[in-house]
Design a protein around this ligand. Structure first.
Ligand SMILES: *[C@@H]1O[C@H](CO)[C@@H](O)[C@H](O)[C@H]1NC(C)=O
Ligand SMILES: *[C@@H]1O[C@H](CO)[C@@H](O)[C@H](O)[C@H]1NC(C)=O
Ligand SMILES: *[C@@H]1O[C@H](CO)[C@@H](O)[C@H](O)[C@H]1NC(C)=O
Ligand SMILES: *[C@@H]1O[C@H](CO)[C@@H](O)[C@H](O)[C@H]1NC(C)=O
Length: 604
């Protein structure tokens, strides 16, 4: 087959939509339909037109027999339907039997992709939820598959979009490869480890996904294979990478891989506009399944309603107006998953401890990279040959080692295995969220403040040092900082499928979030003996009082002698329902009648 394709240059290596009349005739010949060539030529039928050819058209141009017409339509449809025959089938617990194109299989069967089998999707969360042992490998296949489902759904619903087989393959490849750059324990590596090990660089796993994708293509000599399957290089490689990491520059139309009239293709794998993308759909379903949590977002419904509409000269993926409530639910689901699982207080402290162990082990772990050069845990991200070898297995490697320079790291990991974890003292919130840069600075001086926050009712003589405290600041949001992501979604209505509209929160419901982001401050203590812990909890309560943070939920139990000393922490009225400081409280309480009214109405 490959030889046949090669013998017709310019046919498979380009997209049928760019074919002129002659190339179209050439295709008919190749399909054994030589006798109709002249009719097509006389009617000046080009590649773009093929998409619109109907049985009626063929009859009108004088193809008399129905059988002939069906034969022609069959051959033409093959151009945009990815041939099913040679596809491989995977049985996935989430999506059932998943079919993937042979080019995708070529990408999957490489060391760089197979590496994802050894990266836990949820990092340290597996130490809390015994089912959460799934890996980036199956998630990546799921995203590749769903990316194909969404782009094909659009293609079938709206042939006028002229989505090509090339487009479909590139979107699927981007889905497959979007997470190639994750490191050990997934987000622990890019959110905790690298920022501490190399504070001078700005690094995200997407950065490494691009580098790893390039390396995967080079190392496995995939460029010729991609060209055989109709991709156009380097344009399509740019397109794939832009879908993963966003635009390479910041012009009016910042993308290189596809023109503005295909902008919707950039909203499938990683939607920078509003965060609604197939990556989320897969991880919601997959993570819930493995965590044992119900998923209440049904992506199949979204697939049914997705349409491309024109918005300010660009084409965006839109959904039906009546689906807006489901989108709020989707972000609510995401937030629930963060609260219950991804930001679980024990899971988080385990990741903090693994990070500590990795930092101590960092200089002593040697990974051979390109040209025999050696790299460490934190420098392996600079060399994809070395990074390919860096997976969760480094945890066991440290644990198994006997070298003295790894002793400290080994001890921390042993403590995790034996569940000798740092203890959570509680959680609180600042009045106003801090900027990310502030968070870094504050975390350092807060440990010192905590050690010095001797309870004003007297200390218990447990001497606590700053290094006994760990402060974690967690951001919970709807994916776009303080913004409401639904404001960046466009909707269409039943009566006009082409017109995109906005729907504001007050058009949806009163029972929706007022704010779209918050920061939680969690404090842990490294000492585990009862006396120190009791003292540390009181330090924590005192510190929250001095800092004007919210009262820890168990504050009245762990420090009953302290909490009454702060007037704004008083329990004896409903004002606790009202957020804000003294002067805004009045105002908030007046409007707090609102929800009450709503409640009575609900039960009428
Ligand atoms: C999109 O724009 C390009 C030029 O940038 C043009 O060649 C192509 O035909 C357009 N496609 C569609 C679907 O309108
Ligand atoms: C650690 O040691 C165990 C038992 O000796 C072995 O089965 C395992 O493969 C080792 N793991 C690594 C990563 O070296
Ligand atoms: C806490 O609030 C009090 C009274 O409003 C104020 O005097 C104090 O400076 C605040 N403390 C901090 C650390 O912001
Ligand atoms: C309380 O909030 C209002 C409005 O947000 C602000 O003007 C005022 O300065 C705040 N007061 C204190 C004591 O922080």
């Amino acid at each position: 087959i490959i030889r046949r394709i090669k013998s017709i240059p310019g046919l498979w290596s380009s997209d049928y939509m760019q074919w002129g009349v002659e190339e179209t005739c050439q295709y008919l010949r190749r399909e054994g339909l030589r006798e109709w060539e002249d009719k097509f030529r006389a009617q000046k039928i080009t590649g773009v037109g093929l998409r619109y050819l109907t049985d009626d058209h063929l009859e009108k141009i004088g193809i008399g027999y129905l059988g002939d017409r069906l034969q022609i339509l069959h051959s033409i449809r093959k151009l945009w339907q990815i041939a099913a025959g040679s596809n491989k089938v995977f049985n996935d617990p989430i999506h059932g039997h998943v079919e993937l194109h042979p080019l995708l299989i070529k990408i999957i069967d490489t060391p760089q992709f197979q590496r994802l089998r050894n990266l836990k999707q949820l990092g340290g969360t597996y130490f809390v939820f015994p089912g959460a042992s799934h890996n980036r490998f199956e998630h990546s296949i799921g995203v590749g598959y769903l990316a194909g489902r969404l782009v094909q759904a659009l293609n079938e619903r709206q042939p006028e979009l002229l989505i090509s087989r090339r487009d479909i393959l590139c979107v699927q490849i981007a889905g497959l490869c979007h997470d190639l750059g994750h490191g050990p324990f997934s987000h622990m590596f890019d959110v905790m480890f690298i920022p501490k090990a190399r504070p001078e660089i700005k690094w995200k796993h997407e950065t490494a996904s691009l580098a790893m994708f390039d390396y995967l293509v080079e190392d496995n000599n995939l460029k010729p294979v991609m060209e055989q399957h109709g991709l156009v290089l380097p344009e399509d490689l740019d397109f794939i990478k832009e879908q993963i990491a966003g635009p390479l520059n910041t012009d009016a139309w910042p993308y290189k891989g596809r023109p503005e009239n295909k902008s919707f293709l950039y909203e499938i794998v990683a939607n920078k506009r509003n965060g609604i993308d197939v990556d989320k759909w897969d991880y919601f379903a997959r993570d819930c399944y493995h965590l044992g949590i119900q998923n209440n977002f049904d992506y199949r419904r979204f697939l049914k309603f997705a349409r491309v509409c024109e918005v300010d000269g660009q084409k965006n993926i839109c959904t039906r107006d009546k689906e807006v409530g489901n989108l709020y639910d989707m972000f609510h689901t995401r937030n629930c998953l963060h609260r219950r699982a991804y930001q679980h207080k024990v899971g988080n402290i385990i990741e903090t401890m693994i990070t500590e162990a990795f930092l101590k082990a960092d200089p002593h772990i040697q990974i051979e990279g390109s040209g025999g050069k050696m790299f460490t845990l934190s420098t392996a991200i600079d060399d994809m040959k070395a990074y390919t070898k860096l997976t969760d297995q480094v945890f066991e490697q440290i644990l198994n080692s006997s070298s003295p320079e790894l002793a400290e790291a080994r001890q921390i990991l042993k403590n995790i295995i034996c569940r000798r974890l740092y203890k959570c003292l509680g959680q609180t919130q600042a009045e106003k969220p801090m900027a990310v840069t502030q968070v870094r600075v504050f975390k350092l001086c807060w440990a010192l403040e905590l050690a010095q926050s001797i309870p004003q009712t007297g200390s218990q003589e447990a001497s606590l040092r700053p290094e006994d405290f760990v402060v974690n600041v967690i951001v919970m949001d709807y994916g776009m900082k303080e913004q409401n992501p639904i404001n960046n979604v466009r909707f269409y209505c039943k009566n006009d499928l082409t017109k995109a509209i906005q729907i504001r929160k007050n058009q949806v419901s009163k029972l929706l979030p007022e704010q779209f982001a918050e920061q939680l401050i969690r404090v842990y203590c490294k000492k585990r003996d009862e006396k120190s812990l009791e003292a540390a909890k009181k330090h924590f309560v005192q510190w929250c009082m001095d800092r004007n943070f919210s009262k820890p939920q168990d504050g009245d139990i762990i420090a009953p002698e302290l909490t009454p000393l702060k007037a704004s922490w008083s329990n004896n009225n409903n004002k606790g329902e009202c957020s804000g400081n003294g002067s805004t409280r009045e105002a908030n309480c007046v409007s707090a009648n609102g929800p009450k009214k709503a409640k009575t109405q609900l039960f009428k």
